[in-house]
Design a binder for this molecule. Sequence first.
Ligand code: AMP
Ligand code: MN
Ligand code: MN
Ligand code: MN
Length: 286
Amino acid sequence: MHYPVDLHTHSTCSDGRLAPAAVVARAAANGVRVLALTDHDTVDGLAEAGAAARAEGLTLVAGTELSVTWARRTLHVVGLGFDPGAPALTRALAANAAERERRAERIAHHLDRAGISGALDGARDEADGGVPGRMHFARHLVARGAVRRPADAFRRYLGRGRPAAVGSHWVSLEAGVAAIRDSGGVAVFAHPLRYGLTRSQCRQATAAFAAAGGGAVEVVCGGDGPGDRSASRALARAHGLLGSVGSDFHDPDFRWREIGRLDPPPVDVSPVWAMLPGAAEAAAPG
Ligand code: AMP
Ligand code: MN
Ligand code: MN
Ligand code: MN
């Protein structure tokens, strides 16, 4: 039986394939009762999603997925239940949006040197007015026939150690968590096992996140396996964090990250939605 909560999803406001209202409709159709839309470094989809959620009768939690820098690496922190207009959050989102623009230029420059010209315009078209990300470059590379699938674009050009991989200067882990908290929200360490960290680095990152005021860690993620499940559960318990569940839905064609197809959190990890107004009642069975 799938759990009626999904607190990590993307729309066309970042690198998802469906508009915010369509994400909400798909969530409702899949039995989700508590949903967070968590676009990368933006809250632009929340108004549309909120209106759709009222029409569908599901509870929408305000969300975003902040890119943060920790130990010269990028980590992702999902913010939940904040005031989307709060100045602290607005400042962090603006800093990251500016970094996305700078980074897009650097990625395009490296692609140009690898023989692929004009990718900046192509990625901007794919982003359609939103903040440009690597997925937009990946889709552009697919569209022009340079690679077959987005995953190949990461493997050949955009991923770590590849020709168009560039360092990113996001807000720090500490500043990102503070911005979420100061805006009335709770910070969630997203998909802790998907950064290519060693076990010890992962524990250090989780400790730094908790010390910064982070509240929860994702213990059930779209596409994770039983080993991931027990490792993330152990992280939550070792660092006194609550647990969140999220598919990281982007695209209806990515079946392994379908929206609302998640297991419940493990019984010995307290769910983060207990802290989110209105969410606990909506998530409860019956
Ligand atoms: P960005 O925040 O612009 O660096 O882009 C990160 C996003 O790229 C992630 O949220 C995924 O949507 C996507 N992504 C990262 N790595 C891969 C990969 N290997 N294959 C497919 N998509 C990826
Ligand atoms: Mn993404
Ligand atoms: Mn992420
Ligand atoms: Mn995500």
